[in-house]
Design a protein around this ligand. Structure first.
Ligand code: ADP
Ligand code: NI
Length: 202
């Protein structure tokens, strides 16, 4: 009985958070649209299932809230402030709030900032976020991002070398390492084909 009540509450919390994030990211075109959030959430839950011993409620909430206010656009700390405000408004316990906010604040790499060690839940969400920048989805996102900023294809391809091809060596969990290897290979194949077709045009 108690378990049933708890599960219902968790499902409700996730569902309400999902709706909150969806509404907030409506019309977002910085690469953090709802599709990205949903893929990161699913990937994180898949990794969690394989890795075991992680709190899936914290993972799911952190994945849903991880890009709620990107620091590049809203300033440092904005994401965790937004996340806390939301979680407090739906009466989540302080321990969970603190764990989720810690992930939201520290998951993305910030230049010149010391790297804070992440919890296992944070490592899993970070892996999922990085995986979504790789593979076929990663390629699509890179060109979408470049297109949004009026950059040509060659400039977007630069991003593969600056970031996307480095991600496979930055995975935390073994499950993500395996998934990353496949996505990495796809990007290499993609680039080979891209250069092949570029030459044919000459
Ligand atoms: P996240 O915070 O979700 O890890 P970012 O905000 O760094 O990702 O970027 C969002 C998406 O846009 C990612 O897929 C990333 O690869 C892509 N992106 C970021 N910067 C560039 C760039 N200079 N050129 C092309 N794509 C980019
Ligand atoms: Ni993200």
């Amino acid at each position: 009985m108690t378990i049933e009540v708890t599960n219902t509450t968790i499902t409700d919390t996730i569902r309400r958070t999902e709706q909150f994030v969806k509404a907030k990211l409506e019309g977002e075109n910085s690469g953090h649209d709802w599709g990205h959030i949903d893929r990161v959430r699913r990937l994180a839950m898949k990794i969690a299932k394989e890795e075991k011993s992680a709190n899936t409620t914290i993972i799911e909430l952190a994945a849903l809230l991880h890009d709620i206010a990107d620091w590049k656009f809203h300033g440092d700390g904005a994401g965790q402030r937004e996340a806390r405000k939301w979680l407090e408004s739906i009466f989540i316990d302080e321990t969970t709030i603190a764990s989720v906010c810690d992930i939201v604040q520290n998951i993305s790499f910030k230049k010149n900032a010391p790297q804070v060690p992440l919890s296992i839940e944070g490592k899993i969400v970070q892996d999922a976020d990085r995986l979504d920048a790789m593979g076929a989805i990663g390629v699509a996102r890179a060109f979408a991002y470049g297109g949004n900023r009026g950059r040509d294809m060659k400039e977007s391809v630069q991003h593969f070398y600056e970031k996307l091809l480095l991600l496979k060596d930055r995975m935390n969990t073994n499950t993500a390492k395996k998934l990353a290897a496949k996505r990495h290979q796809f990007m290499l194949d993609y680039l080979k084909q891209f250069y092949g077709e570029t030459k044919e045009e000459d």
